[in-house]
Design a protein. Structure first.
Length: 174
């Protein structure tokens, strides 16, 4: 005996997704299938929009609900600066997009302090916002002076040594 099946009607009118009212409609559909069966139902399974009844005798019957929309894929489809765009493709072929704005992590710059030089200058230093700016020289020496008189620029003065050294600047937004 084939079971009679009526597609669920969503009380929220959307016909999309699995809302609470969609779940109620699915539950009502399953209940109708079980009550209409002429033999004992052993289990009920739902995969995507297909409901499968397995009877005590091992036979199965499947019905497919219409009006449900599942997700087929989610893919990163673009990047502009710190903003990534993702596209959701649904099982009915329609799509939606959403964006994610990524946080700025610490940036590290380096400059070489030539042998016997005493100053190194970093440019493109943020002039607005809240930042932690750290300086480190590979031999661990401390700078003896810092000059920030030019916006967006920091000049550090170190004691002269006869070898070149690398100075690092880490900028972290807080």
């Amino acid at each position: 005996m084939a079971l009679a099946y009526t597609a669920p009607t969503w009380t929220d009118g959307s016909g999309e997704g699995i809302s609470a009212s969609n779940l109620q409609a699915i539950s009502n559909c399953i209940e109708g299938l079980v009550q209409g069966a002429d033999k004992a139902v052993h289990s009920i399974a739902m995969t995507n929009s297909t409901i499968t009844l397995t009877y005590a005798d091992g036979t199965q019957e499947a019905v497919t609900a219409t009006g449900l929309k599942g997700i087929s894929s989610i893919a990163k489809t673009g990047t502009a600066g710190l903003v990534d765009t993702y596209t959701i493709t649904y099982t009915d072929g329609t799509t939606d997009t959403f964006t994610v704005t990524n946080a700025v992590g610490p940036r590290t710059k380096s400059e070489t302090l030539a042998a016997n030089d005493t100053t190194v200058t970093f440019t493109d230093i943020p002039t607005t916002g809240d930042y932690i700016i750290r300086f480190y020289i590979e031999d661990g020496a401390n700078y003896t002076a810092i000059n920030t008189s030019i916006p967006g620029q920091v000049t550090l003065t170190y004691a002269a040594v006869n070898t070149a050294r690398t100075v690092y600047c880490t900028i972290e937004e807080v």
